[in-house]
Design a protein around this ligand. Structure first.
Ligand code: ZN
Length: 321
């Protein structure tokens, strides 16, 4: 059994400082057969800390498994894929101000973020049979633990995603924004890559992190990277959502949104979701009601809204034939 840390890419800052992307690898010592290899990436967006915490929790578990000799594959952890952005608590590294998860898939991108993305991609590609890319939403919306899958990869990815103890599998149509992401380009090159979204950025939601940790451990056991059998708590069977099964509640006017419901609740049509207030007006708050029955899997946390801002998303119940 081995436990090694390596530098995947290094770049020099303007004042002699350097930044490094590191990978920690736990591997079986056995060379007898081809062992499965799973990689977990976090921190592509620097203000999303849930994934970094999940990597830390997983690393602690793998240290114990390594001591017990129960690692039967190779597990690579890239806990801080965008170190300058993580240190700054910003989505993108301040010096470059470019979204790091929009730098993949182009060999002609010669910017420094582009070169870093190529180095990271090459390292992941060479040592992965499966990849997880963990994100923690944005500044505005809190998310129940979910895996997002592009429609074109659904047959390959849904059976894998069902092992991961999330609440939701959300199948998306392809949009141009995805084509420069890490996961899209891994999937395009034949390496199944699952994008996890959970919580909200700049916070750590411990309960969700533990839920995803259990999902990752289960996945590692199912594909043969871990032989240890642990008592698994109640496991979630995620609800698979096609695009037409997601209802988005949007603000009709600008204001401050005050949620009046907890994320993860099952709502009925007409339930009170929250209210919009105009702080400079004497008008009564405008109530926001659910237009449908289902699972409230996204809820706005940033109060400031504009007309059309997303306030919540509801997963409609599956169709009954
Ligand atoms: Zn992200």
């Amino acid at each position: 059994m081995t436990d090694t840390t390596q530098i995947v890419a290094r770049f020099q800052g303007p004042f002699g400082n350097s930044s490094e992307i590191k990978r920690r690898t736990f591997a079986t010592g056995s060379q007898k057969k081809k062992s499965p290899r799973v990689s977990i990436v976090a921190g592509l967006h620097g203000n999303e800390y849930d994934g970094i915490y999940i990597c830390n929790l997983l690393t602690q578990r793998l240290i114990r498994h390594n001591e017990q000799g129960s690692i039967t594959g190779e597990i690579n952890i890239y806990p801080v894929a965008n170190p300058d952005a993580v240190l700054a608590g910003e989505r993108s590294a301040p010096y470059f101000a470019e979204d790091f998860n929009r730098q993949f898939g182009s060999q002609t991108n010669t910017t420094l973020p582009g070169q870093m993305a190529q180095a990271l991609f090459k390292d992941i590609q060479e040592r992965s049979d499966y990849v997880f890319d963990i994100h923690a939403s944005n500044l505005h919306l809190a998310e129940l633990p979910q895996i997002r899958i592009l429609e074109k990869h659904r047959r390959k990815l849904i059976p894998l995603a069902q092992m991961c103890n999330t609440d939701i599998l959300w199948v998306h149509p392809l949009g141009p924004v995805y084509e420069s992401t890490l996961a899209y380009n891994l999937n395009r090159n034949g390496i199944p890559a699952l994008v996890i979204e959970t919580g909200i950025c700049l916070r750590i939601h411990q309960e969700y992190c533990f839920q995803i940790l259990q999902g990752l451990l289960n996945f590692l056991r199912k594909v043969g990277c871990l032989k240890a059998q642990e008592n698994t708590p109640d496991f979630k069977t995620p609800q698979t959502l096609n695009p037409d099964q997601v209802v988005i509640i949007q603000a009709k006017k600008a204001g401050l949104f005050i949620p009046r419901i907890a994320l993860g609740k099952e709502v009925q049509s007409g339930d009170w979701i929250g209210e919009l207030i105009d702080p400079l007006s004497e008008q009564e708050p405008e109530p926001v009601f659910s237009p449908a029955c289902g699972l409230l899997f996204t809820l706005r946390q940033h109060p400031l809204t504009r007309p059309g801002s997303t306030l919540a998303r509801i997963a409609l119940k599956p169709h009954e034939d």
